[in-house]
Design a protein around this ligand. Structure first.
Ligand code: FES
Length: 158
């Protein structure tokens, strides 16, 4: 069942055009999924089913490809993507407490998006700035030497 919002319909229309263009090309599935990810920002079951119906590719294959490549995400992402580094340098300086505080304040678990779609919370291995540990990022902005008590003020900026 397709989404009934106008924006959603427009997105599916665009996807339909892309599928019509690429359907008969060899190796079309990956480019179609990439375009769908660009249009919607994620590939949920509804989108996967739509692609399956339009291309004739089994849903299990589409699901397999969507989960194999890390470039694809199956759930809507938040407007702001928070990444908390749990790499060694950050971990020993208290990164877990920062993640716990973010889960508490945002009322989500790691890997989830807030109900209003504003923030998604993720853990990362190493953000490449270990000297600033513990580190978190919101989209491209890096915050260093973060303390759990800083979290509310940091989030207020967004
Ligand atoms: S371990 Fe956290 S930035 Fe490298």
């Amino acid at each position: 069942m397709l989404t009934d919002t106008n924006t959603g319909d427009k997105k599916f229309e665009k996807l339909s055009e892309i599928i019509s263009e690429k359907r008969d090309q060899q190796g079309m599935l990956l480019p179609i999924l990439q375009e769908a990810q660009n249009i919607f920002g994620y590939l949920d079951e509804e989108i996967q089913l739509y692609i399956s119906e339009k291309t004739g590719v089994p849903l299990t294959t589409i699901y397999g490809v969507s989960t194999f490549y890390s470039q694809f995400t199956l759930k809507p992402k938040g407007q702001y993507r928070i990444e908390v580094c749990l790499g060694t340098a950050c971990y020993v300086k208290g990164a877990q407490a920062i993640l716990d505080e973010l889960e508490k304040v945002l009322k989500v678990n790691v890997g989830q998006t807030t109900k209003d779609g504003k923030f998604s919370l993720n853990a990362a291995r190493c953000l490449g700035c270990c000297g600033l540990a513990p580190v978190m990022k919101i989209n491209d902005e890096v915050f260093g030497a973060v303390k759990p008590s800083d979290i509310k003020n940091i989030l207020k900026r967004y």
